[in-house]
Design a protein around this ligand. Structure first.
Ligand SMILES: [Zn+2]
Length: 305
């Protein structure tokens, strides 16, 4: 057990006292880990204590074979469709935390220009490889973190930005959002996805829920907290929806069978994705009830376009 779980510790974001939320379990062994999750009594943001280290272990697994990659691309394209449909062809999109580049590729396929920004060297290399078959100039891959967007953009303004399962990882969430706000044009769009700490699956699995990922996730948001941090960074949020199931992170599948999580056992990725596919109806039902495992929103930067 973590010592003194009832002792209130200040929210690292706003300094207010916090409430103990839960002690997550190690998903490979099932044992409690010496980490606790708390939520701020004032801003409502949840956080991991102690904070994950800078050297986060194991980046998200990239799809393995050609078939798997094509499937993953279709899933990702569906996730990007709501944003892409709001943008004119040729619009400039910055994918912050682009990972292996699937989202950038899906956006490029919709006729958008993409700057894919990724801090991890291995992921950046994968992203470069993924763009090798695209016409030159469609996607630019740059190795950088969210806080260095100003240097990456060199004065250019983007029409939209994507932070897909990125906010929960940032050591300084507000600074990262501010940096994105600076490189977006007034009225520009920000597409955000984060794990939904208030989802049906988070409540059902409790300390074993996949979405906590306490070794990698600094922040734990529900819809109100997400609305608050986006608002504080100058974004207006019309509505926040939920998604679940098929597609990374397949919270439901990996909560049920941690052994299939590619982040726990990289060689079982395909099996894990198969289980995720089998759970689509369950995840779909949860989403229909507003209880999906991920929160997704398209926010708008303040100012007239
Ligand atoms: Zn706070």
């Amino acid at each position: 057990m973590v010592g003194a779980v009832n002792e209130p510790i200040p929210c690292p974001r706003c300094g207010a006292p916090s409430r103990f939320l839960l002690q997550p379990r190690d998903r490979a062994q099932g044992a409690p880990v010496a980490i606790r999750l708390c939520t701020s009594a004032v801003c409502g943001v949840g956080f991991t204590d102690p904070a994950p280290g800078d050297a986060a272990p194991a980046p998200a697994a990239a799809p393995g074979g050609e078939v798997e990659e094509r499937l993953a691309l279709r899933v990702v394209a569906a996730g990007m469709a709501p944003l892409a449909s709001r943008l004119a062809p040729g619009s400039l999109v910055v994918d912050v935390g682009a990972g292996s580049g699937l989202r950038a590729r899906a956006l490029a396929a919709r006729g958008l220009r993409v700057i894919a920004v990724e801090p991890d060297a291995v992921e950046e290399m994968r992203a470069h490889a993924m763009m090798s078959t695209l016409p030159a100039g469609r996607v630019t891959v740059v190795r950088a973190g969210a806080e260095h967007l100003d240097e990456v953009m060199e004065g250019r303004r983007a029409d939209a930005a994507v932070m897909w399962h990125v906010l929960e990882h940032l050591p300084h969430m507000d600074r990262g959002l501010a940096a994105v706000g600076r490189v977006l044009r007034p009225g520009g769009l920000l597409n955000v996805a984060v794990p939904n700490r208030d989802s049906a699956e988070a409540r059902a699995f409790g300390p074993r829920w996949h979405g906590w990922e306490p070794s990698r996730h600094r922040w734990h948001l529900d819809a109100d907290a997400l609305r608050l941090v986006l608002g504080a960074a100058g974004f207006s949020v019309a509505d926040i929806g939920t998604r679940g199931g098929w597609g990374y992170p397949s919270g439901l599948a990996y909560s049920l069978a941690p052994g299939l999580d590619p982040q726990v056992h990289p060689r079982r990725g395909l099996l894990g994705r198969a289980l995720s596919a089998a759970l689509i109806p369950v995840a779909g039902a949860a989403r229909a009830l507003g209880q999906g495992g991920q929160l997704v929103t398209i926010a708008r930067r303040a100012g007239e376009p």
